[in-house]
Design a binder for this molecule. Structure first.
Ligand code: T3D
Length: 263
């Protein structure tokens, strides 16, 4: 009997995607990556799904690329790592591009590409026992899946370079102190807190959150003028949304807004 490489849990307004290869600390192979990509597409196509939570089964979050036949040099020469990297990169692009907020609950070690998946999400919680490892150097590879993009922007270049070159683990408390993640949470409460946060996001103005994702991605390369133009354009669109009308109405009526997320 084969076990699905990911598990999708359906909740009211949101979905939980669980990496499900615990015996290998959820190391990613082609089947897992394709399943995740499909799950993200399905969530994006479902107007009733307004937020996502990504986490791992067992004691690890994700140990990066599965070190197995697909990436092992053989007598015929080196494997095509460019092709392997492209698949990881499709996932990173999709996590960034999916028009829904993505919470990540890092429930244990996040190594190599696994750390990058977490950093590609919008809000990252980590259990106190979780660690982030730029494991690439330990096997003679370079950071990929966005690690060399996310890390210097989140924690500064000095720390990013040292982590990449040394491969030293960063525990969750330090990751929070450095601004690599949003928050460290007690391990026993991680899933509960992450689920509550995701459910909260699922009740927010979904179209505005999707535009925020676009804006923050664009800010990595935009100058101030271009970013101000983008903010204006997005504000114009947000201003036409039913959620904006509801937000202002609720304020004036002194009650909590009920956002419907354009559904
Ligand atoms: O082209 C490309 O883009 C190439 C891809 C690059 C992206 C990458 O992610 S490169 C980095 C790949 N990942 C690694 O190098 C990490 C390898 N794993 C480790 O260093 C350690 O497992 C950890 C530090 C993550 C955790 O250590 P520990 O002591 O807590 O656990 P463990 O005993 O090492 O692992 C538990 C099991 O998971 C073990 O299996 P076993 O012996 O019980 O049957 C181990 O072999 C397996 N496992 C862990 N990581 C991987 C893995 N199996 C396959 N691939 C893995 N990446």
């Amino acid at each position: 009997m084969s076990i699905e490489p990911i598990r999708v849990e359906q909740h009211e307004g949101w979905r939980k995607l669980v990496l499900n290869r615990p015996e290998k600390l959820n190391a990613a192979n082609e089947a897992m990556l394709n399943a995740l990509l499909a799950a993200l597409d399905e969530a994006a196509a479902d107007g009733g799904c307004r937020a996502l939570l990504l986490t791992g089964e067992g004691r690890g979050f994700c140990a990066g690329q599965e070190l197995g036949p697909a990436v092992t040099p053989g007598p015929g020469g080196p494997p095509d790592l460019g092709r392997v990297a492209e698949l990881h990169h499709r996932l990173v692009r999709r996590l960034r591009g999916v028009p829904l907020p993505v919470v990540c609950a890092v429930n244990g070690v996040a190594a190599g590409a696994g750390a990058s998946y977490a950093l590609a999400c919008d809000i990252v919680l980590a259990g106190r026992g979780a660690t982030f490892i730029q494991a690439f150097v330990k096997i003679g590879l370079v950071p990929d899946s966005g690690a060399s993009f996310f890390l210097p922007r989140l924690i500064g270049e000095a720390r990013a370079r040292a982590l990449a070159m040394l491969g030293e683990p960063v525990d969750a408390a330090r990751a929070e102190a450095w601004g690599m993640i949003w928050k460290v949470v007690d391990d026993a409460r991680l899933q509960e807190e992450a689920e509550a946060l995701t459910a909260h996001l699922a009740r927010q103005p979904t179209e505005a959150l999707a535009m925020m994702k676009r804006m923050f991605s664009a800010s990595a390369t935009n100058g101030l003028d271009a970013q101000l133009d983008l903010e204006r354009d997005c504000q114009l669109m947000a201003g036409h949304s039913a959620d904006y009308a509801e937000g202002v109405r609720a304020f004036l009526e002194k009650r909590a807004p009920v956002f419907r997320g354009g559904a």
